[in-house]
Design a protein around this ligand. Structure first.
Ligand code: ATP
Length: 269
């Protein structure tokens, strides 16, 4: 059967320039970039390079973005699947897709495989996993088999993202599988400012200094939240017929985002 396409996004190149506010996580992945650029440089003395890296952190912090940036920096193809797609699949389909995915990555190595929401299929098996379908188990087993089946010399890195590392089956975390962990936390104030700067690159601001205040006004916001905020503010300013985005637009957008969904609830009380 014909191989599927897995969101291979070679065309639109994302680099570390697009990632901000999570410097520690980024720095930990520089080594992976170096390895992908020249796998043999790492393994020529017989050492085994990493195969799997688990990106751990809350939603919207940039795990997917970071994985794409690693591929972009190294100049290698990026193949991705979201594990949640497999949950409702007919038995055997998930495993077949995993096999396909790794086959493509091998054919085009050096390359990156990205598995989003690994916990959706990577939950611990056994008595505790009641309701865990055999489909889930087969898909998980296929991932384990594939990871054991390639040599790090081939230049394939499997990155996986989760916000629930504790529920993962321990088999996934053994040496030679996802034995490295990179934490991708919510950004602090300085981080939020840096992320805002990335997302206002194409937005005309009335006052660049606004971003310092905006970062202070958005504790708990993820990178995805900040991106959304900039977008809402830009739309609002356009609707208001302005040629620049003002601090007030950001504040109004912020209010809409923070209070918006809760209003009906408050009113109904
Ligand atoms: P999820 O766990 O929900 O899949 P995630 O951690 O993979 O989330 P992304 O999908 O990478 O998060 O983030 C969504 C978008 O938000 C990104 O494409 C990017 O535009 C923006 N974003 C998130 N984090 C950052 C960041 N650290 N720097 C710049 N932009 C970011």
């Amino acid at each position: 059967s014909k191989a599927r396409r897995y969101d291979q996004e070679e065309g639109q190149k994302i680099t570390f320039n697009d990632v901000a506010g999570i410097d520690e996580a980024e720095n930990e992945l520089v080594e992976i970039v170096d390895f992908l650029k020249d796998p043999s440089k790492y393994t020529r003395l017989g050492g085994a390079a990493p195969k799997g890296v688990l990106l751990v952190g809350p939603p919207g912090t940039g795990k997917t973005l970071l994985a794409k940036a690693v591929a972009g920096e190294a100049g290698v193809p990026f193949f991705s699947i979201s594990a949640s797609e497999f949950v409702e699949m007919i038995v055997g389909v998930g495993a077949a897709r995993v096999r396909d995915l790794f086959q493509q990555a091998r054919d085009q190595a050096p390359s990156i495989i990205f598995i989003d929401e690994l916990d959706a299929i990577g939950r611990a098996r056994g008595p505790a996993a009641i309701g865990g379908s055999s489909e889930q188990e087969q898909t998980l087993n296929q991932i384990l088999t594939e990871m054991d089946g390639f040599s790090s010399r081939q230049g394939i890195i499997v990155l996986a993202a989760t916000n629930q590392p504790d529920v993962l089956d321990r088999a996934l975390l053994r040496p030679g599988r996802f034995d490295r962990r990179v934490v991708v936390n919510l950004p602090d104030k300085t981080g939020r400012e840096a992320i805002l700067k990335v997302h206002v690159r194409n937005v005309p601001l009335a006052e660049i200094a606004d971003l310092v205040e905006l970062a202070a006004a958005t504790p708990g916001f993820s990178g995805a939240d900040l991106k959304n905020l900039v977008n809402e503010a830009a739309l609002l300013a356009a609707r208001r017929g302005q040629s620049e985005v003002h601090y007030k637009d950001f504040m109004d957008a912020l209010e809409k985002i923070v209070l918006g969904p809760e209003r009906p609830l408050l009113l109904s009380r």
